[in-house]
Design a protein around this ligand. Structure first.
Ligand SMILES: Cc1cc2nc3c(=O)[nH]c(=O)nc-3n(C[C@H](O)[C@H](O)[C@H](O)COP(=O)(O)OP(=O)(O)OC[C@H]3O[C@@H](n4cnc5c(N)ncnc54)[C@H](O)[C@@H]3O)c2cc1C
Length: 346
């Protein structure tokens, strides 16, 4: 059989795509490497609470249950995604990692670990987080220091006694630093000043205001969109801010090198710690897509709102695919609707 569409990945992006494809007459299947939907969320660190309230953490067609102004936990979202797939009877093949994709004339050939499938269209919804990005000088640090990437961090029991350096001031680095500071002397290394935003203003979630001001749906190429992209991601809530004020977390500049297990920062100050958590992000890995001319010279996918120059090949869930909301639970549905309409009408 040749499917009309094969979607790769059953996270929030793949399932949103499934929701709109279900409303079409196209034949499709969603391939997922994990044995359970939602594990991407469940595998994240134990204390992870979302920064988007429940009112802004659901996919098309099914609201997340609970207090709409409250912040959901990661397990709540994992269960919600699994439930979503069941309620809408999504055709998901679990435990099916895609190892390679070729294109033969108009048809895509998809090699999974135990089958070969064919499709006229393929949607890559494998998420923005593939390989941990860790500075190469981390290899020069001796084994006396515990080193973890944020994707491997679960809770402070993985750490030794003594000081902890968290590198990276995004939302994960900030939440992890606040958490480990309850049991360890904690430093947080940041490249830019952290911008804190309140979780709510005048009893309304900040995401309610973002919605009203059109911030979440501002196109990446618009004035507002380009202003937002120039700044570092804000940190929602004041937990870390309070801990910095109370000297429970000490802010350091950018981590620039290491010498004899001493971390050196860009202001030339030095620090010896027993633990380092690299909350330094990820790099994409699309090496398994065996189709030339997909990437630009910086290794980014070339696309226009998820539509690539390769006929029939699409991406969904990329950061700023269209707007800030594109890689968030709340925003990915709009991009999925756009792509499914494009595929149906082409
Ligand atoms: C710490 C943290 C906090 C966040 N907080 C929020 C928040 O508060 N609100 C919010 O809206 N967003 C938040 N996000 C961002 C975002 O919602 C998630 O990153 C989301 O998981 C991305 O969804 P996705 O479907 O694009 O990718 P993923 O969730 O990564 O799903 C991709 C799926 O593809 C599968 N897959 C990958 N490769 C293959 C392959 N080769 N073959 C088959 N299957 C494959 C994976 O197993 C996975 O199930 C947060 C992210 C992080 C890391």
């Amino acid at each position: 059989m040749i499917y009309d569409v094969i979607v790769i990945g059953a996270g929030q992006a793949g399932l949103s795509m499934g929701y709109y494809l279900k409303n079409s007459s196209l034949s499709f299947v969603i391939l997922e490497k994990n044995i359970r939907i939602g594990d991407v969320w469940k595998d994240r660190y134990d204390s992870l609470t979302l920064f988007t309230p429940r009112s802004h953490s659901s996919l098309p067609g099914l609201a997340l249950e609970g207090n709409p102004d409250g912040l959901p936990t990661k397990n709540e979202i994992g269960n919600y995604l699994e439930n979503y797939a069941n309620i809408f009877k999504m055709p998901v093949k679990l435990d099916t990692i895609v190892k390679r994709i070729d294109k033969r004339e108009e048809i895509f050939v998809i090699y999974t670990k135990n089958s070969t499938l064919q499709a006229k269209n393929v949607v890559i919804a494998t998420g923005p987080f593939h390989k941990p990005k860790i500075p190469s000088f981390s290899k020069d640090i001796s084994q006396n220091v515990v080193q973890l990437h944020s994707s491997a961090y679960k809770n402070p029991s993985q750490l030794k006694g003594g000081a902890v350096l968290v590198v990276g001031g995004g939302n994960s680095g900030s939440q992890i630093a606040a958490e480990v500071s309850q049991s360890h002397l904690t430093y947080l290394s940041v490249s830019q000043n952290i911008r804190f935003l309140p979780l709510s203003i005048a009893n309304k979630s900040i995401f309610w205001w973002f919605d009203k001001l059109g911030i979440l749906k501002a196109k990446g190429s618009s004035f507002i969109g380009s202003m937002i992209q120039k700044q570092s991601d804000p940190i929602f809530g004041y937990e870390l801010k309070d801990k910095v004020k109370n000297k429970q977390v000490t802010i350091k500049g950018r981590t620039s090198s290491v010498q004899n297990d001493e971390i050196i920062f860009n202001d030339r100050t030095r620090l010896k710690v027993n633990n380092i958590i690299w909350a330094t992000g990820f790099v994409p890995d699309y090496s398994w897509i065996n189709i030339p001319q997909l990437m630009d010279t910086n290794g980014n996918v070339k696309h226009e709102r998820g539509i690539t120059k390769i006929k029939g090949l699409y991406f969904l869930g990329l950061p700023w695919q269209y707007c800030r909301g594109s890689a968030l639970l709340f925003g990915v549905g709009d991009d999925a609707e756009y792509l499914s309409r494009f595929i149906v009408n082409k």
